[in-house]
Design a protein around this ligand. Structure first.
Ligand code: BGC
Length: 524
């Protein structure tokens, strides 16, 4: 079951964002400059010298469909900001804006040993984190467990039992005989929309990211999790249920006090930020001190579920229609890693079947027809192909899909990947801009994590450019100058962040702040 165990002392500083591109030819650099950083111009046909007219026409149509100009970005951002407010109101809106009961930033002086469980989309990760005496430093031991695909759409009991087994195995490996162990406090990163009336409870609003397990939506997940632990005698007490974005925010703020927003651009996408209780009308009945901080898990993936402003293509509509939760996560379905490869695949199949050009004519495209067979790393690989003749993309299509694309088709493939990747980055910037404007943050750092942010080529540069356009920043005098709002690689939210949130919660209970605590006995 276990894939590997590593013991690390991780650096206290957020790692710089890097992309792993191969040596780039002059021509390629020119190509990238022409296309990647020119999204302000709409409906442009690139100067594809060797591409026949009919394919050029298809490329132009795709450019029109997928390009989002500055004016549209601003329109989306305006609506986004209004929707953030609506989510905090008593009536509510599409964006849930879930209060998390994380009620302070860390100081950097938190200490103690905590467990963290991360139920991500792909893996299950268990960590033991020791926050050391030294400011902003920690030690971490972690094990990753594969999250079997069938569990994602299986029975709830099986999911909780599997998780409890992984935790038990982790404790046995690192602590030996668990029967003698005092219960350890755990931060559980459960990265799905959950209504949290308490920090140690969470009612699942709906599954996202392709999960579809019956009997969990509408229920508090903590008792289900705890029952599985109790059945196996796993010596753990839950200190906090956490969203990955809140963990990212807190972990990043541990090492960088300029961090104000935590984002995930991975299998799913979302953000968290710190609000004042006095600005959360839906919590007014609790009479919390108005200037007390409260981290809000926005669940912004649900932005524009009513389809008022996002320029959805027919491909986005198909993705939604065929997903386990149609009508949900409109924004996420245009941005997140789970969907980028699928959008691309749908474009390719459509151009083969329905358009006059019939790309990959007379070839067997049965492999390409398989839904969700291409993930976002497939698009990354296309965008990273350093060769002018796109030979790596050619090999990718041959090896993975048994398709032999012509050179003009390769140009179309490359451009499609760029368009999808660029659109995702530019839309992401709308969310960051909306929170920044709402909070009047003219300068700050945004901590971001997730496979798309960390691995997708140019995602960061494209997002930064879009942020500049939306917020009307003047041109830089020096390219090395920092942007007023910078999206940086975050600290490990679901490990260190979860441990910090457990520590902060235990500390505030000790100090007598019992707001949003369901089981005070777990904090003794
Ligand atoms: C979930 C969020 C999560 C995000 C990133 C979304 O699908 O609804 O809770 O933060 O994915 O993991």
């Amino acid at each position: 079951m276990r894939n590997h165990t590593r013991t690390h002392r991780l650096s206290q500083r957020a790692a710089p964002f890097t992309t792993t591109t191969k040596a780039t030819s002059q021509a390629e650099r020119a190509r990238r400059l022409r296309y990647n950083f020119q999204p302000v111009l709409t409906c442009l046909v690139g100067s594809f010298a060797d591409v026949p007219q009919d394919l050029l026409k298809e490329i132009q149509e795709l450019e029109c469909l997928f390009t989002i100009d500055t004016a549209k970005l601003k329109q989306i951002t305006n609506r986004f900001q209004a929707e953030l407010d609506k989510g905090l109101s008593v009536e509510g809106g599409s964006i849930p804006m879930n209060p998390t009961w994380v009620m302070s930033f860390p100081t950097g002086y938190e200490t103690g040993t905590y467990l963290a469980l991360d139920m991500g989309g792909t893996n299950l990760r268990v960590c033991q984190i020791t926050l050391t005496e030294q400011k902003s430093e920690f030690d971490i031991i972690q094990s990753k467990y594969r999250m079997p695909e069938e569990l994602k759409t299986g029975e709830a009991d099986e999911l909780w039992e599997y998780i409890a087994d992984c935790l038990m195995q982790f404790l046995e490996t690192h602590h030996g005989d668990t029967s003698k162990l005092e219960k350890l406090p755990l931060g559980f990163t459960f990265s799905y929309p959950a209504t949290q009336n308490y920090v140690d409870a969470g009612i699942l609003q709906r599954w996202t990211k392709g999960f579809d397990i019956a009997g969990v939506e509408g229920h508090n997940v903590v008792p289900m999790f705890e029952a599985a632990l109790a059945a196996r005698g796993v010596p753990i007490k839950l200190a906090a249920l956490i969203n990955d974005t809140t963990g990212t925010l807190i972990a990043s703020a541990y090492t960088d006090t300029k961090m104000k927003i935590g984002c995930i651009f991975g299998t799913g996408c979302n953000a968290a930020y710190m609000e004042d209780c006095g600005s959360i009308p839906k919590l007014a009945h609790l009479n919390l001190p108005p200037d007390t901080p409260m981290a809000i898990n926005c669940e912004w993936g649900a932005f524009d579920n009513e389809h008022q402003v996002l320029p959805r293509t027919p491909y986005d509509i198909t993705i939604d229609k065929d997903s386990p939760r149609p009508g949900q996560q409109a924004f996420e379905k245009m941005i997140a890693g789970l969907y980028l490869g699928e959008i691309f695949r749908l474009v390719m199949v459509d151009l083969h079947d329905n358009h006059e050009t019939h790309i990959f004519a007379n070839q067997d495209i049965s492999k390409l027809r398989k839904a969700y067979s291409l993930d976002s790393s497939f698009l990354s690989a296309i965008e990273e192909d350093p060769y002018e003749n796109l030979s790596e993309t050619f090999e990718l299509f041959q090896n993975k899909l048994d398709i032999t694309p012509s050179l003009p088709e390769l140009e179309l493939i490359r451009r499609t990947a760029e368009l999808i990747g660029t659109r995702a980055a530019r839309l992401s910037a709308c969310g960051v801009a909306a929170i920044s404007r709402k909070k009047s943050y003219n300068t700050c750092h945004v901590g971001a994590d997730g496979s798309v942010f960390n691995k997708y080529p140019n995602f960061k540069a494209r997002g930064a450019l879009a942020l500049r356009e939306i917020l009307d920043w003047p041109e830089k005098n020096d390219p090395k100058e920092d942007d007023p709002i910078e999206i940086l690689a975050a600290e490990d939210g679901s490990g260190v962040g979860a441990a910090l949130i457990a520590a902060l919660t235990l500390q505030r209970v000790k100090n007598g702040n019992m707001h949003g605590i369901l089981h005070p006995e777990n904090y003794q």
